[in-house]
Design a protein around this ligand. Structure first.
Ligand SMILES: NC(=O)c1ccc[n+]([C@@H]2O[C@H](COP(=O)([O-])OP(=O)(O)OC[C@H]3O[C@@H](n4cnc5c(N)ncnc54)[C@H](OP(=O)(O)O)[C@@H]3O)[C@@H](O)[C@H]2O)c1
Length: 356
């Protein structure tokens, strides 16, 4: 860098809604500078989420047109650096931020909040409404960079936490899941699913996990009491056998037709909390199965500041154990996302910027 030239970085930049080619790797993208109250973080690990893929594809639809290309809030500004799961080291601070922060290992809360209320729901997130971690550097508000210098987890493991574990923690909280209840988890081998299994078991719930193929053993090793296979014809009977007294809470990230077929398994006053729709966003189900049994259907989007603070405590105590299925250099983001979409993975896929 010459004295007059601006610093640059490598970044995977989303240029439009589309397939993998909508993501373009630039090695000379302008490196951001921290403004007042912000920190510049050198990214050491950034995990992949289904949310990145749906945002890249514009798969969120619009209320008036479910098939419209749109981001989760509808409109979207290009170009954008995606990546909501960020771990790194603070390398520069803006005005008003303690200089002692420089050099600190931090885990980033990717949610953008409308107020200081610790229970406020997000109105944006890093990688969608602001640039995220699929780059060598990212700028965030200093209050979003949580100190994790003493966590026994590796950077790769920490990067698995914000979106997947944050979403899982918020789902269990919003459904008021408590110890002794029976919790049914869908998509149990994925990022959010495995987090639900771990956090549900830690809560003291009996976790019945729906998974596929040969992933049952890993799901059981992560705390499930029973694993049932979604690709078998007798799924409903398998769940009845695993939970003869019925289900208290369904934590669902899959959606699709399972909602109609599995809702009758809920006990009276049961709760169905939903945070994803991988098996289909537009469905039909019998409303009588809902109202005749006082079942609550609860939508859940991301986490709150209060949830994230609890997650950081767990990370610092080493009481969560993210499962990493694979790591890829940032330059191989297309391969990493392609492996993610093959859905052979268990847990998380992590990208490593800065030539790691
Ligand atoms: N609301 C929020 O704030 C929020 C936040 C994060 C993610 N999400 C959503 O949550 C969902 C999961 O995200 P993720 O990052 O955990 O993805 P992921 O790692 O790919 O996990 C998804 C899992 O769902 C299962 N699955 C895939 N296709 C399926 C199908 N057709 N039918 C039934 N099950 C299927 C698979 O698990 P098995 O093989 O074990 O069945 C897969 O591993 C996505 O829809 C994502 O958009 C929402």
């Amino acid at each position: 860098m010459t004295p007059s030239s601006k610093p640059v970085m490598t970044a995977a930049v989303l240029t439009h809604f589309g397939g993998p080619d909508a993501l373009v790797l630039h090695r000379d993208w302008p490196r951001p500078s921290p403004l007042a109250g912000q920190v510049l973080v050198k990214v050491t690990a950034a995990a992949v989420n289904n949310t990145d893929i749906w945002t890249r594809e514009g798969a969120y639809g619009l209320p008036e047109d479910p098939s419209a290309k749109a981001a989760w809030l509808g409109t979207f500004d290009f170009p954008r650096i995606q990546g909501g799961d960020v771990v790194g080291v603070v390398v520069e601070v803006g005005a008003g931020v303690d200089k002692a922060t420089v050099g600190r290992r931090v885990l980033i809360d990717p949610a953008l909040y409308p107020s200081d209320d610790v229970n406020a729901s997000p109105v944006g997130y890093l990688g969608s409404e602001a640039d995220g971690g699929f780059a060598d550097y990212v700028v965030v508000d200093a209050t979003h960079a949580y100190d994790v210098h003493d966590s026994p987890l590796s950077d790769e493991e920490l990067a698995c936490l914000p979106v997947a574990f944050g979403t899982a923690m918020a789902m269990l909280d919003r459904a008021h899941a408590v110890a002794g209840e029976t919790l049914l988890v869908t998509g149990a081998s994925g990022g959010v699913g495995l987090a639900l299994v771990q956090l549900g078991a830690a809560l003291g719930a009996r976790v019945v996990a729906i998974t596929s193929g040969s992933k049952g053993d890993v799901v059981l090793a992560n705390g499930a009491t029973a694993a049932v296979t979604r690709d078998s014809a007798d799924l409903v009977q398998q769940i009845r056998t695993a939970a003869p007294d019925g289900i208290d809470v369904v934590a669902d990230i899959v959606g699709g037709d399972g909602l109609a077929s599995l809702m009758p398994l809920l006990k009276d006053n049961g709760r169905w909390v939903i945070a994803g729709a991988i098996a289909g966003p537009v469905i039909e189900f019998d409303l009588r199965r809902l109202y005749l049994h006082n079942v609550q259907l609860i939508g859940s989007s991301m986490h709150t500041r209060a949830h994230f603070a609890r997650l950081v405590e767990l990370a610092r105590a080493g009481s969560v154990h993210p499962v990493i299925s694979g790591t890829y250099p940032l330059a191989e983001i297309a391969e990493g996302q392609s492996e993610f979409l093959a859905r052979r993975h268990i847990g998380k896929i992590v990208l490593l910027p800065n030539g790691n």
